[in-house]
Ligand binder design. Structure first.
Ligand SMILES: [Zn+2]
Length: 183
């Protein structure tokens, strides 16, 4: 039997009513990074272009950092995180995972987190909200899937496989901007 090790994709909102410690065990009062990490700039330019051709313009800079902080969540690993700070939004990418990923996986990961941080979307697809992936650590989520078992959105809370991305990229690329509330 294949062991299923989920690679979680997360968002985290800082607020006065919730503990101010993010899933990486840190308290972020301000962004860790200035601007966008060099190796991610090209992805951000493509994302921004995709948004613009749909009439969506982002107003506020989002900082993006490839981070060496590691976090286990249940039986999985958090590989990407968008933090909603009081006056900032920042994306953390798990450095270890980033460096061993294919170009396609990197794009999936960064576009997922950008959709959290730039568009304010949560883990949703056209039919509703995905359940919390960490509560179902033993098998992939069985909701919000296409007929072939691929997720119906890149906002699936576990990294979408390169096979599914290759098959459905046009749909994912367009769907991620549905309901975008530009930051
Ligand atoms: Zn996510």
């Amino acid at each position: 039997m294949t062991k299923f090790l989920p690679l979680f994709l997360c968002f985290f909102a800082l607020g006065s009513s919730v503990p101010n410690v993010d899933p990486w065990g840190r308290t972020k009062k301000q962004p860790d990074h200035v601007g966008i990490e060099k190796e991610i700039v090209a992805f951000e330019i493509m994302y921004d272009f995709e948004a613009r051709i749909r009439g969506i313009k982002f107003k506020t800079p989002v900082t993006i950092v490839v981070s060496s902080f590691k976090m286990k969540k249940g039986k999985g690993t958090v590989v990407g995180l968008c933090t909603y700070g009081k006056n900032f939004r920042e994306i953390d990418i798990n450095m270890q995972y980033w460096h061993k990923s294919t170009w396609m996986t990197k794009r999936t990961l960064i576009y997922h987190e950008m959709t959290h941080c730039f568009c304010g979307r949560f883990h949703t697809w056209s039919g509703g909200e995905y359940p919390d992936a960490e509560k179902m650590p033993k098998a992939p989520l069985q909701v919000g899937l296409l007929g072939d078992g691929c997720p119906a959105s890149i906002m699936y809370p576990i990294v979408v496989s390169d096979d599914c991305v290759a098959k459905h990229w046009d749909m994912y690329d367009s769907e991620m901007f549905d309901g975008c509330n530009p930051y």
